[in-house]
Structure formats: structure tokens, C-alpha cells
Design a protein around this ligand. Structure first.
Ligand SMILES: C[S@@+](CC[C@H](N)C(=O)[O-])C[C@H]1O[C@@H](n2cnc3c(N)ncnc32)[C@H](O)[C@@H]1O
Length: 452
């Protein structure tokens, strides 16, 4: 049996049946199996490709199978998805090879009795591809965009309503681009120039980020485990837009900072670097197992000033009333600005889940606000482009809290951009060419502010 395809089917099964994250399940399988470099690449291509195509592949499958997709035996369902993915999206695989290997997989993976069914479905797809032509023409524009860009239709419809059709089309295209590895130089140990030189010497193709002074985009690199500056704590993987947040918080050496939703610690460790590791940062998260990630990152980067605490951010205010110089709320959010980094994410989101987020975000922000000292700073950020989770939450908060003043967030961005005068900074993938991100800085008034 074809080892690469069998591995891909098993990973797809983990993702779809057991809720595993595609990148985690893939990394685990590749660690456990002794596959050659070519097979590893092929498995990766198959898994990411089929996971990303998700609902679109099932739409195609429904053209050739009359029973509901959810009623097909789970391994057979994954074998069919993988077969269709190769037939419709992988030019380099001949259709006959896609069919034959799928039949072999069914025989070898304990579903031999259904190998005839697999054969019939896939051969019909090869013979009659026109059955899977996406609907087009008047009245089908949104459905067509969703199918061809491999996004859920409800999401595309929502983006078309919010941003317009053309922007929605660009957003979808952005999500399908290959994300570039972005790293932040750990200024406690090196600087950007030195890191660029080190990466170049190691054969990586790297260039400075236009958004963050410590940011580097690494276009060509080998395995991350072999990237010495990463392993030895001279840099941290972090998206460029996410690097802006610590600058907007503006932590100073010696201060007490609270990072309410901190795991895995990208922004916490960045703030520690900006403070020259002098002062105290409390990194809280509701999940204890995630705190370990913050501790590992801090240790790798050589940081002493971070302490972790398992705490629901909605209780931060009560425990740390008016104690912090600055508080960051990097809120749990829908993540709709970073879909290109997680091929399975777009198919996991639900409208109900997203609709419930603003109330949670507001509750966290309200509690976090109590922990800010008079005269201190409160920053709210998300990696989404949802108005209700961003501007909506901040407006509701400010209406209830006249003791906070909205600052011109754009003034705190580290490099000149067209957002320099924005009260709230919203980066949009289709306009800014970065991950979607929202940042807003507020100040808690003290006595002198009130008199003024
Ligand atoms: C956007 S992520 C944070 C990313 C992190 N700031 C970084 O830069 O690496 C949001 C985090 O909030 C945590 N979280 C969710 N609900 C929470 C709550 N009620 N209180 C505290 N943390 C929470 C999640 O576990 C997740 O780690």
C-alpha cells in the first residue's frame, strides 16, 4: 500500500473525526514514521490541500454519491476526499493513479468490501468532471466564490455584506496564499541586522519586515527544528502584525505589566524584551497546560521577568485592583484575520460561536480595566477583522467607562504607516497585505487628567 497516501488518510481521519489540528497531527505522524523527504513533502501537500479544500471537496463528493456524506464509512470518506483532491486539484498525479491507489487503500485499511464503491465513485468523477462544475452566473456569485476559493459560504456571504464583493474575493485569495515565516529578533540577545546576516549565512532567504523594527520575513528556510537562531533563542516565530502590539503597549523597564490572555507568550516575551527584562510581567491564561508554552518560550529566549498564573481574565480586576502600570488584553477571538496560517480553521468556525465572542471579550476587558493604575494604559487587541469583536467591543466599553480615554493608537506604531493617525488600528489582509489585526490603546485618567 502507498505509505504516503495511507498516512494522509489517517491524518485526515484524526482531523475530521477526532478534532485534531492538521499541523499538530501532521507533525506527530511525520515524527513517528520513517518516511523519505519526497514522501514527507507529498503527505504534507495532500493533508494541507485536502483539509483546506474541506467543504468544497464534500460539495464535489455530493455530485457523485447520493447518500449523505456523513453516512459514508469514515475511512472510506477520507479515501474518497483524498482521491477527489488529487483528481481535481493535483495536476501532477494522473487520474488513474489517484483511482488505483484509493482502491488499494480501501483494500488495505480494513474496508475491502467498499473498494468497489470507491472505484465507481472516483472513476465516474474522472469520466464526468463536468458534474462538479461550480454553479455560476446571476444569483450564484457568492456560492461560486465560496466553492472556488474553498471557504464556507456563510463566511463569504458575511464578508460580501461587510466589505463588498471585490474585497471578499481578495480576502479569500489572501487566505489561500502560502504564508511566509515571520520571526522577531530577540533584542535581549541580538539585533535585526545580526540575525539577518546569521539567517543568510545559514542559507535562508530573509528580508526585514516593513511593519516592525525587529521583524524578519524568512522566505526560504529548511526545517524549523534545524534553524539555530530559533532553537537557541535569538528569535521567536511571530506574525508581523502581532509584533505591533507590544510597541503600542509601550512597557518601560521596572514597570508591572499584566498580560491577561498570554499563551503561548509571543507578546509577553516581546514586552519583556522592550523592558530590557527589567520589571515584572504577569502572564495569565485560563488553561494551565498553555502556561508551560509561555515558560518554555521565556526560558529559550533567556527572559527572567515573566511569571505565569492560571487565571480567568474575568477575575484579573478583582485580584490585581489598580496595581498594573499597563494591561494587555490580547483577547480570544474568531481569528478571521489569520486563516491562511491554519488550513483547517475556516471549516471549524461557526456563526454561533463567533456571535458569542463580543460578550466574553467585553467581560474580559472590563475586568482587565480594573487592574490598571490611574494614569496607566490598557490595550485591547485581536487577530480578527470582525467589527463586532473589535470596534464594537471597544465602543461598548468606552460608553460604560468614562474614566478611560481612547488614545490615538496609530501614534504608538513603531514604524511610519498609513495608520499613523488612526484612533483604532485595523489591519486588513486585502488592503495591508498582512494578517488581519486590531489594536486599540486607552488611558485610565488620573486626578490631574480629570481636573484638566
Ligand atoms: C489570542 S490568544 C493569545 C495569544 C498570545 N497573547 C500571544 O501573543 O502569544 C488568546 C488566549 O486567551 C486564552 N483565553 C481564553 N479565554 C480566556 C479567559 N477567560 N481568561 C484568560 N485567558 C483566556 C486562550 O487560552 C488563548 O491562549
Amino acid at each position: 500500500m502507498d505509505k504516503a497516501r495511507e498516512t494522509a488518510v489517517r491524518i485526515l481521519y484524526e482531523v475530521h473525526e477526532n478534532g485534531a489540528y492538521a499541523n499538530v497531527a501532521l507533525a506527530k505522524a511525520l515524527r513517528q514514521l520513517d518516511l523519505g523527504e519526497q514522501d514527507r513533502r507529498f503527505v504534507t501537500e495532500l493533508v494541507y490541500g485536502a483539509v483546506k479544500a474541506g467543504g468544497t471537496l464534500d460539495w464535489i463528493l455530493r455530485r457523485y454519491v447520493s447518500r449523505p456524506v456523513r453516512k459514508i464509512q469514515p475511512f472510506v470518506r477520507e479515501i474518497l476526499r483524498l482521491g477527489l483532491y488529487q483528481i481535481f486539484y493535483l495536476d501532477k498525479v494522473p487520474a488513474s493513479a489517484a483511482c488505483n491507489t484509493a482502491v488499494d487503500l480501501a483494500k488495505g485499511m480494513g474496508v475491502k468490501g467498499l473498494s468497489g464503491f470507491v472505484n465507481a465513485v472516483l472513476r465516474t468523477a474522472v469520466r464526468e468532471p463536468e458534474k462538479a462544475a461550480f454553479p455560476s452566473g446571476k444569483g450564484h456569485a457568492t456560492e461560486n466564490l465560496a466553492l472556488r476559493s474553498q471557504h464556507p459560504e456563510w463566511l463569504v456571504r458575511h464578508w460580501v455584506r461587510t466589505f463588498g464583493f471585490e474585497a471578499a474575493e481578495k480576502l479569500c485569495a489572501f487566505d489561500n496564499e502560502q504564508p511566509v515565516l515571520s520571526v522577531r529578533a530577540n533584542t535581549l540577545r541580538t539585533d535585526r541586522e545580526a540575525l539577518l546576516a546569521e539567517l543568510a549565512a545559514a542559507g535562508a532567504e530573509a528580508e526585514p519586515s516593513q511593519w516592525a523594527p525587529e521583524g524578519i520575513l524568512v522566505r526560504h528556510h529548511g526545517a524549523l527544528d534545524a534553524l539555530a537562531p530559533l532553537q537557541e533563542g535569538r528569535c521567536q516565530v511571530q506574525d508581523e502584525s502581532s509584533m505591533l502590539v507590544a510597541h503600542v503597549v509601550g512597557p518601560q523597564p521596572g514597570e508591572f505589566i499584566i498580560d491577561c490572555c498570554a499563551a503561548p507568550g509571543g507578546k509577553t516575551t516581546h514586552m519583556a524584551a522592550l523592558m530590557h527584562d527589567e520589571g515584572r510581567i504577569l502572564a495569565g491564561d485560563i488553561y494551565s497546560h498553555k502556561l508551560q508554552r509561555i515558560e518554555e518560550n521565556a526560558a529559550r529566549l533567556g527572559i527572567q521577568s515573566i511569571e505565569t498564573e492560571e487565571i480567568d481574565a474575568r477575575e484579573i480586576g478583582e485580584q490585581y485592583e489598580a496595581m498594573a502600570d499597563r494591561v494587555l488584553v490580547d483577547a480570544p477571538c474568531s481569528g478571521l484575520g489569520v486563516l491562511r496560517r491554519k488550513p483547517d480553521a475556516r471549516w471549524r468556525k461557526t456563526q454561533q460561536e463567533i456571535a458569542a465572542l463580543p460578550d466574553l471579550q467585553l467581560a474580559i476587558l472590563e475586568s482587565a480595566a480594573r487592574a490598571v493604575k490611574p494614569g496607566g494604559v490598557l490595550v485591547y487587541s485581536t487577530c480578527t477583522i470582525e467589527l463586532a469583536e473589535n470596534q464594537g467591543v471597544v465602543s461598548r466599553f468606552l460608553e460604560q467607562h468614562p474614566e478611560f480615554e481612547l488614545e490615538t493608537t496609530g501614534h504608538y506604531l513603531p514604524l511610519p504607516t498609513k495608520h499613523a493617525e488612526s484612533k483604532m488600528v485595523q489591519l486588513l489582509p486585502h488592503i495591508d497585505g498582512t494578517d488581519g489585526f486590531f489594536i486599540c490603546r486607552m488611558k485610565k485618567m488620573d486626578q490631574t487628567d480629570k481636573k484638566g
